[in-house]
Design a binder for this molecule. Structure first.
Ligand code: NCD
Length: 364
């Protein structure tokens, strides 16, 4: 059985299998209309969502399956203090597959560790969002035609934007990918991403301070919203919220074949006049999200019966209950009965990283 907690839980080949299946679903919708007959998807959403939850629901419905779950954890036993692990064990009695979104980093991993059915991470805090990555990859495939040899600009909140972290991890496995990081100082890509992902895989990256200086070289511009809900200090949010705004004027120097992606929701970072530009692919991207989630559900249900298909949720060199995570939003600091798990950092084996959220331990 396979879970999808991080994009790297899937091999490059498995990702391409899912993207190709997504393309086949687009071309032959009827063929798949009963593919999940009798199967149930549980959508456990502890955090607001429009696209992700409804695209999962719509995906399962188009596959002929059923959906149960909650979109507001306050209406579930979570409000009585039930842990993520216990909720997962309960849902295992009712469903065949789980899609979970949670504000705690590492929640989907805890769920997977307590599950006999596949768990899909539909977003855990600011950590990861692998199904948005599959959506982004299918969109890049359809709009640009390749994953290799592309220059992609990430603009906005690169610190808290989980979609950015997951897409960079997935792209780091392709050759000739260059990333350009466009963010205010306060919202730069976390260090662990630069060191453990970019440096280690040799993915070329540069940090710049304006959109204008890089626009002509981009094949893809990935815009993001400043993640208001992840700030501890509202004044800090106010200082950065209007930092980067894409409008038609700024697009004048972009390549005609460049594509603008955005995981959505948009606040003010892309003005509405851009929507009519053929390079604006973000609403097409939303629909791709449904097709790729159909493909993912099909593949994970198929692999659930395959003993050869497994993923290592906890690395072999993990140290249990010795360190404490310094990230206050890590599930190991937010819920009871969660073991702390630390593994050596990929770039500095003498330093430890939290298995749930990749943060460093509290200094002793
Ligand atoms: C993103 C998310 O939830 O991380 N939205 C989505 O799933 N499409 C991006 C965001 O909320 O800004």
């Amino acid at each position: 059985m396979k879970h999808l907690i991080e994009p790297t839980d899937l091999t490059k080949e498995e990702i391409e299998e899912i993207v190709d299946l997504g393309l086949d679903i687009i071309a032959n919708r009827e063929k798949y209309s009963e593919a999940c007959k009798g199967k149930k998807l549980a959508t456990l959403f502890y955090e607001p969502s429009t696209r992700t939850r409804l695209s999962f629901t719509s995906a399962m419905m188009e596959l002929g399956g059923n959906v149960l779950g909650f979109s507001d954890a306050q209406n579930s036993s979570v409000s009585k203090g039930e842990t993520c692990a216990d909720t997962t064990k309960v849902i295992n009695c009712f469903a065949d597959i789980i899609a979970m979104r949670h504000f705690e980093e590492g929640a989907a991993l805890v769920s997977a560790l307590n599950s006999r059915i596949p768990v899909i991470n539909a977003g855990d805090g600011s950590h990861a969002h692998p199904t948005q990555t599959l959506t982004d990859l299918l969109t890049i495939k359809r709009e640009i035609g390749r994953f290799d040899n592309i220059t992609i600009g990430f603009c906005g909140d690169l610190k808290f934007g989980r979609t950015v972290h997951s897409l960079i991890k997935a792209l780091s496995r392709y050759s000739g990918v260059k990333i350009v990081l466009i963010a205010p100082d306060q919202l730069r890509l976390p260090d662990y991403m630069k060191k453990e992902v970019c440096d280690l895989t040799g993915m070329e990256y540069k940090e710049v301070s304006t959109l204008e200086e890089v626009m002509p070289e981009l094949d893809v511009l990935y815009m993001t919203r400043v993640q208001k809900e992840r700030f501890f200090d509202e004044d800090e949010f106010d200082r950065v919220k209007d930092c980067f705004i894409l409008d038609s004027e700024k697009l004048k120097t972009a390549k005609p074949e460049m594509r603008i992606l955005h995981p959505l929701p948009r606040v003010n970072e892309i003005t509405v006049d851009v929507d009519a530009d053929p390079r604006a692919a973000y609403f097409r991207q939303v629909e791709n999200g449904k097709f790729v989630r159909m493909a993912l559900i099909l593949k994970l249900l198929e692999w659930a019966k395959d003993n050869e298909k497994t993923n290592t949720l906890i690395p072999a060199n993990t140290v249990r209950n010795k360190y404490r995570c310094r990230n206050p939003r890590c599930i190991s600091n937010m819920e009871v009965n969660v073991d702390t798990l630390f593994r050596p950092a990929a770039d500095h084996p003498e330093e430890m990283r939290c298995v749930y959220c990749e943060s460093k331990p509290v200094k002793c």
